[in-house]
Structure formats: C-alpha cells, structure tokens
Unconditional design. Sequence first.
Length: 252
Amino acid sequence: MDVVVVADAEAVGRRAAAMVLDGLRGDPSLVLGVATGSSPVSTYRALAEARRRGTDFSQVRCVALDEYVGIPEADPRSYHAFVRREIAEPLGVRADHLLVPDGNAPDPEAACASFEVALHDWGGVGIQLLGIGRNGHVGFNEPGSALDSRTRRSALSETTRADNARFFPRPEDVPAYCLTQGVGTIAEARSIVLVASGPHKAAAVAAAVQGPVTEACPASFLQRHPDATMVLDPEAAAELAGQPTSESSRAR
Ligand code: GLP
C-alpha cells in the first residue's frame, strides 16, 4: 500500500481527486466507488472544480458503499441524498448512473443480492474512494466483519452511531442498521484511494497500515490489495511508526 501525506485536508482532497482524474483520462466511463462522510467531501469539491474547468463526468457511473436502513431516500441524511447532493449534482453524473443499496427494501437480502448483480453488470469498480471510521470501519463494515464478506444488512456499532449522531436530532434517532458492501466486495475494486484527516483518525490509520490484517480492523484488508493508496493529512498520519516526513512514502 502507498501512503501519501500532504499538508492538510484540502490537499488530501486535491491529491485524491487528481488520482480519480487520472483514471478518468484513461476511461471516460469510469465506475467510481464513492464514500459518504466528511472525509471525501474535499475530494468531491476538487472534482467539481475540475468539472468547471471542463472535465466531463457525463459517462461516469457512481457506486455507493452503504445506506442506512429505514431512512427515506428523500431525507437529506440518507446516503442516496448525500450521493445526489455532494457528487451527482456538482459533477453532472446522470441519475441512472448511480447505484446505492436500497435501505428501504422490504426484503433487504434480495436488495443486497441485486446490488451485487448490478455492480457486476457494470463491470465492477475501477477506482474506489474510501473513508475510515475511528474504529477502522470501511463502508459500514464494523470491526468483526469478515474480510471476505459481501453486501449485506448489518448492525452499526455504538462508536459509529455516536460519531454519526451529529447528523440527527437525538442520539436515539441514529439508525441501528444499514446495508453495506462487504469488505470482500470493496476489495474487488481495481484501485482504492482511502482519504483521512484529523487526529481522531490517527489510531485507525496506524492499525490499518501497520497492524495485523484482521477483522478487528476491517481497513487492514488494504495491506493485501494490489493497488491501494492512503492519502493523509499530518494529523491522521501521526501514529504511523517511522512516519514519513516528506510528502510521499511507500508503507510496504
Ligand atoms: C461513515 C461511513 C463511512 C465513512 C465513515 C467516516 O459511517 N459509512 O463510509 O468512511 O463513517 O466518516 P467521516 O469521514 O465523516 O469521519
């Protein structure tokens, strides 16, 4: 895995966006895996800036990692709404080029199976953008998720529910369940770019990069991925042993 440390969260976004734009130059109908949360927002902003300078996203298809169970798609807190607001609208990605797990499906198991089929029909993810939870989760794969897991209904951990409580009026309003791509599903992306910034991510980043590959830290699967890059600000990189002082370094 490559680890790149840049000046700050905005620079994280610019660097990750540059990697997406590189991929897009080689494949205008890139299948871009998109993460929600605060971390990739600077990346989406940088991509929107590229669009203003003329980059065409009209053939790009976007696949989301996860969705809450029981939040209507039109609710601004749903990940459907996040993908439309932060990604599809600013980049000009067509509505029929979006694939997000259906957290309101009456049969979640069937919804997860059809999500996997649709993703397969699109040829899989070319570049996957990822964030990381404080507990090392990716998508909503909480610690304990099997490294070969597939898209499924899952429970959110108390850490994750507490972290996401800022988006809801009361802590008890945070959904308890989600649909999420599995770690095994995410690992099939041909290229993965994980972005993280801030001191609250430092321990999870160190565990993912330098700890054992283990279900206890789902993001540690990146160590086995043939084309994975972490783009970090100095605070998120702070607990890496032999922390790079230059802008870029190879972790393994
Ligand atoms: C959420 C999302 C993840 C995201 C993570 C970190 O729970 N399901 O995909 O990476 O939390 O969020 P943030 O970037 O806001 O810290």
